[in-house]
Ligand binder design. Structure first.
Ligand code: ZN
Length: 607
């Protein structure tokens, strides 16, 4: 059987249209079906990419073939006699979503994920694929290149590295796991443990310090490869490709990333990237390195060690797993830990990041109502679709998941006197579930919740599974103060501020202050404030988004227990609400590191 043959071309960059064809040599004699995924792995939300298909037709042997739409993302071609030649489906995809999750095209660059542009040939998902990537037509585009971890096709017509031409994938699952960037981008390259890594930046960044970025990423990547393979001999993506690609779209205020098996698509803010000659690392740059570290760690944890529910991915509807606390939470724990272990941030900066994560979980009362297992399961309808009630209803499986990883790691280290750690658990997960996931003869298997818990007991030699289950399926507080102690770190509860608090979050709206969120149990909720209200006055004084009449300046005149009247507009009707101010409810912690050398801490944070 011949491979499925795709071709994609930026048809009209100005109109944001990609033209795509898929050619099938042996279509289903009963009528071939095609569908586009409803979601992209790594981003757990139904996005219905097929809505961006603007025009679609099928042909065989020079004649049009009827194409019937079956549901929101599936088409069926009329049966075609094989003697008429291959079935060709041609369509245009509107690409104007500036994110890492979909596709984007204009005269400055093109970017796409396969999930946005490549129709899946139903029943032939396991067939090898060829992809011709064409440049846009015209002199203006002659400097454009291609960045992708898709392997170049061998032989005549095969693309040269970074060039337009023919690429290949072993099957549809691989095809949609290598995003493609095209344009006149800036590129750097480095080797980590002897393996090539490319770093691509799209967008204008004057005086970008590319050498420094490559230097820092090399340290992070090598620390991660050695975490899983202590001799550093086997980067995970050597199973599908010989290299890894970091592709970053730079904008004024972007932030985000999506993991793939041999690459990652990232967005970051221009101001976060280092300028040549600038010695210090800004907070923004540390966050960018943390993002790179996070997505790179996913190369092991979720792209190869996978939850059982994702093997295989079912791309036409939601796929629920209770385990995102492991795949996103533990990845979030290791992203910053790898920065300190590789020397990209200091120990003090790392401890500060831990305190920040801990306090952010403590600030949301959602943590008392939802476990991280529930948050994982409902990611599709809750975490990814947050509304004004989110802080009252949702706990982040990222942040609380990272604290559970921390609690587990500290527990294992303290109770084995530093002989064992969470690193051993991750390595065992890797050896049993991840290392051979994409091997040609492998029976692909994901991990279940029970298997993870049993593995933690087995590898640590301790009985921790009941405790871990209570942390992931319960809503109690994590015993972090006690767990920090053996590491020479003191957790001190910060005293709540004495001032008046309303328990609301606001945002500026056209000269007004609009209430964005009302926190459960706060004074604002008791007074009857609602999200969406325009907060007009406190005791007859106008509330303004800036200047002397800012809300916090007005509230500074009151103490907890004082009363006042609030004026709000709701649906343009004025209401006067009496309020009794309360104290800030949340307990926050500060972490203080003992200056004395602590062998447990040294082993944990250095490598
Ligand atoms: Zn992630």
């Amino acid at each position: 059987m011949k491979p499925i043959h795709y071709a994609i071309a930026p048809l009209h960059p100005e109109a944001h249209l990609f033209a795509v064809t898929v050619t099938v040599d042996a279509p289903d004699p009963a009528g071939q079906r095609f569908f586009l995924p409803a979601w992209i792995p790594g981003s757990y939300m139904i996005r219905e990419f097929a809505r961006n298909i603007v025009r679609i037709r099928a042909d065989a042997g020079g004649e049009q073939v009827a194409l019937t739409k079956l549901d929101k993302h599936t088409w069926q071609a009329a049966p075609v006699d094989r003697a008429r030649g291959p079935l060709v489906v041609s369509y245009e995809v509107y690409a104007w979503d500036l994110s890492v999750r979909a596709a984007h095209l204009d005269a400055t660059h093109g970017f796409f994920n396969g999930t946005s542009v490549f129709l899946c040939v139903e029943g032939q998902e396991d067939q090898p694929c060829l992809v011709d990537i064409h440049p846009p037509e015209g002199e203006a585009y002659r400097h454009w290149r291609v960045a992708t971890a898709l392997p170049e096709a061998p032989g005549r017509g095969g693309a040269r590295r970074y060039g337009f031409g023919r690429y290949q994938a072993a099957h549809y699952d691989e095809l949609i796991d290598h995003p493609v960037e095209m344009g006149d981008f800036v590129m750097g390259t480095f080797k980590a443990c002897g393996v090539q890594h490319d770093v691509v930046f799209t967008g204008r960044v004057p005086n970008l310090d590319l050498d420094r970025i490559c230097r820092d990423l090399k340290r992070i990547c090598e620390a991660q490869i050695r975490l899983f393979e202590p001799r550093g001999e086997r980067a995970p993506f050597l199973d599908s490709n010989r290299r890894y690609v970091f592709m970053t779209m730079v904008t004024s205020d972007g932030y985000g990333g999506l993991e793939h098996r041999a690459s990652t698509a990232l967005m970051c803010a221009r101001g976060d990237l280092p300028v040549r000659g600038q010695a210090e690392a800004s907070e923004g740059y540390r966050a960018y390195l943390g993002l790179c570290s996070h997505e790179y760690f996913h190369t092991w944890n979720v792209k190869r060690i996978k939850p059982a529910a994702f093997v295989p991915y079912r791309l036409q509807s939601e796929t629920h797993t209770p385990l995102l606390w492991l795949f996103e939470g533990f990845t979030s724990y290791y992203d910053d830990l790898m920065l300190v272990r590789s020397g990209c941030i200091t120990e003090a900066q790392y401890i500060e990041l831990l305190a920040k994560a801990w306090n952010s979980v403590l600030r949301g009362s959602g943590r008392t109502k939802q476990s991280v297992a529930e948050s994982s399961f409902d990611a599709w309808t809750k975490y990814y679709r947050q509304d004004e009630n989110a802080p009252n209803a949702i706990v982040s499986y990222y942040v609380k998941g990272s604290l559970i990883a921390l609690a587990l790691d500290l527990t294992i280290r303290a109770r084995t006197d530093g002989r064992r750690s969470l690193d051993d658990v991750m390595r065992a997960l890797w050896r049993r579930y991840g290392r051979d996931f994409y091997a040609a003869d492998a029976v692909q298997r994901g991990v279940t919740e029970d298997e993870v818990l049993a593995l933690v007991d087995e590898i640590s030699g301790l009985r921790l599974s009941a405790q871990l289950r209570a942390w992931t399926e319960g809503t109690g507080e994590l015993p972090l103060p006690a767990l920090f102690k053996p590491f020479g770190i003191a957790a001190q509860a910060r005293k709540p501020a004495r001032g008046a608090a309303l328990g609301i979050k606001t945002r500026a709206d056209d000269g007004w202050v609009r209430i964005a969120q009302v926190l459960d149990g706060g004074a604002g909720q008791a007074a009857g404030l609602s999200a969406g209200d325009l907060l007009a006055a406190v005791d007859g004084l106008r509330v303004a988004p800036s200047g002397a009449n800012q809300l916090d300046k007005l509230l500074a005149r009151y103490r907890a227990g004082d009363t006042a009247s609030l004026h709000v507009f709701r649906r343009d009707e004025l209401h006067c609400l009496p309020v009794t101010f309360a104290r800030e409810p949340a307990t926050e912690y500060q972490l203080q590191v003992d200056a004395a050398r602590n062998p447990l801490r040294a082993r944990w944070l250095s490598h």
